[in-house]
Design a protein around this ligand. Structure first.
Ligand code: AMP
Length: 547
């Protein structure tokens, strides 16, 4: 028997309609590429999004087609989130940190029709414009006064001019909630990039889950500053969550250094932020060096890569900012788990609490997960057995955009599971802990060593600014851990001192065989360590030593 409830599709536009109606005067503050601070409200933003929906229709964008952005976190980018998806077209957020060849390849693969860009990316646009094959219009996200005087880009349009010419009368259309809403490519280290195509339904359900108290814990009383870029998995969904709960939003634009971020945290009264560990490193260094504090920030979500416990301790014990460790993937919209403690755990001594917070956390409702061995057999949730993490749920991809790479799912118990490529344990309380990417694991004499755990220990040494642990080939053990380290400025740290630091903190045979000091560790387009590059550079170091 069917229930007798209304059939109302879950649509992205409903989030903005809600924010406009119930939180119309709530602020959205952006640091613009021009360097100034811009203030708007949900009411104004919703009107401009409707104008932009008319403008993109006038440019010929029809339902299902892709409109791309190359843009920082800002109010115009947010307008496009709603204008494009809300009209039934697909918002494709391009990652400007990729090599221009890759940007061209991805834009062509997605068959983007319009490209909106922040002025900072004009040089990139000039390189790619003559090469992309489907883009008909390039829109500079600025006003007439800031339009570039001359440019080689054909069909260069001005965002504010488009808005001004468009009518604010637009009714957000209703359509099937399974319609595609946005598209984000993974920056895979091997093979071509692959697109994750989100739907309205998956986005709205993910928004409900992400806002929950044991997930990102967002409310109308929050001021949220997403540092995580809007071109990286929709800033972890925060531009949608903020509308759903009516939170004040603060966008940092391109200014992601410690000084600019800290200034915004303080002047705008930010209560919640979110980003990858490498960003927080810059912020903490600035705050420490200048004896600053956080007067309003109460918590920060850290994910995208393992958050070193040393960073958590600094945030929590020194600055009274609670860290929520979270795990996700482009293919998972991105939220999979969040590490909110259970009541019994809150009562534990600080050190034990920290050990739990280093885990990536519990599955949010909507995500099913399990770990399996190499034969695909399910492993126990005892916090010890580690295996590949499989997930399924309504905001987890079924296949990549345009079927790229074939069927990614593995069949288990009669249903499809998405293999994450992460190796993890799950404990009896349901807390998942990533020990490695499957391609990054170190297998020494047939036994696994967790590179993340070795990195976390190195990061706890006061002389270490950044550490990455890789599998180096070894004549006897096949692979052994090799630590690559960036020292803090002027730290008198030696190899032997760092090796000795592992004593008593880890099983002796896990101790890294050697340490390489470098000036910088290569980071990818989403701020993650490129271990493949380190392996290319240092992977045979131990062979050379042994030889
Ligand atoms: P991306 O799709 O680029 O966001 O990358 C997803 C991958 O980042 C995951 O499969 C993990 O390997 C890694 N990752 C994300 N969050 C965490 C975390 N909290 N701890 C460790 N690794 C993480």
């Amino acid at each position: 028997m069917l229930g007798s409830m209304m059939q109302q599709p879950l649509l992205v536009s409903s989030l903005l309609k809600h924010a406009e109606r119930h939180h119309g005067s709530q602020e959205i503050v952006s640091r613009r590429v021009e360097g100034d601070i811009h203030r708007t409200t949900y009411r104004e933003l919703a009107e401009r999004a409707r104008r932009m929906a008319n403008a993109v229709a006038a440019l010929g964008l029809v339902r299902g087609q892709r409109a791309a952005t190359l843009a920082w976190n800002g109010y115009r980018h947010m307008e496009l989130y709603y204008a494009v998806s809300g009209s039934g077209a697909v918002l494709h957020t391009l990652n400007p940190r990729l090599h221009p060849d890759q940007v061209v390849w991805i834009a062509d693969h997605a068959e983007d029709q319009i490209l909106f860009f922040d002025l900072t990316f004009l040089p990139l646009i000039e390189v790619i414009a003559p090469r992309v094959t489907t883009i008909k219009a390039f829109v500079a996200m600025t006003d007439r006064a800031h339009m570039p005087a001359s440019s080689t880009v054909a069909n260069l349009l001005c965002y504010e001019d488009l808005l001004e010419a468009a009518s604010p009368d637009f009714t957000w259309p209703e359509f099937d909630e399974n319609t595609a809403s946005s598209l984000c490519y993974t920056s895979g280290t091997t093979g071509n990039p692959k697109g994750a195509l989100y739907s309205h339904r998956s986005t709205v359900l993910h928004t409900y889950a992400a806002a929950l108290p044991d997930a990102m814990d967002c409310s109308a009383r929050d001021t949220i500053l997403p540092v995580v870029p809007m071109f990286h998995v929709n800033a972890w969904g925060l531009p949608y969550v903020a509308c759903m709960v009516g939170a004040k939003l603060v966008f940092p634009g391109p200014f992601l250094d410690g000084k600019h971020l800290h200034e915004l945290f303080e002047t705008e009264g930010v209560t919640l932020s979110a980003g990858v560990p490498t960003v927080w490193q810059g912020l903490l260094a600035h705050v420490e060096a200048n004896n600053l504090t956080f007067s309003t920030m109460r918590r920060t979500v850290i994910g995208g890569a393992a958050c070193p416990p040393a960073m958590m301790r600094t945030f929590q014990e020194r600055y009274d900012v609670n860290v929520l460790h979270a795990w996700g993937m482009t293919e998972i919209s991105p939220l999979g788990t969040a590490c909110a403690l259970k009541p019994r755990q809150l009562a534990l001594p600080a050190q034990e609490r920290l050990a739990i917070q280093a885990k990536q956390g519990r599955a949010v409702f909507g995500v099913d997960m399990k770990i399996v061995d190499e034969e695909g057999q399910a492993l126990p949730h005892d916090g010890k057995a580690s295996g590949e993490l499989l997930v399924r749920g309504p905001w987890i991809i079924r296949d990549y955009f345009r079927g790229e790479g074939g069927d990614p799912l593995v069949q288990q118990d009669g249903v499809g599971w998405f293999p994450t490529g992460d190796v993890a344990t799950i404990d009896a309380d349901g807390f998942m802990q990533i020990t490695d990417r499957s391609k990054d694991v170190i297998k020494s004499g047939g036994e696994w060593i967790s590179s993340i755990e070795l990195e976390n220990i190195a990061m706890a040494h006061p002389g270490v600014a950044m550490a990455a642990c890789i599998a180096a080939q070894h004549p006897k053990w096949d692979e052994r851990p090799l630590l690559v380290v960036v020292k803090k400025p002027d730290a008198p740290l030696t190899r032997d001192e760092l090796i000795a630091f592992y004593e008593g903190r880890i099983a002796k045979w896990w101790t890294p065989d050697d340490v390489v000091f470098v000036d910088a560790i290569p980071l990818g387009a989403t701020g993650k360590v490129q271990k493949n590059k380190l392996r290319e550079q240092f992977g045979d170091l131990l062979v050379a030593v042994a030889g």
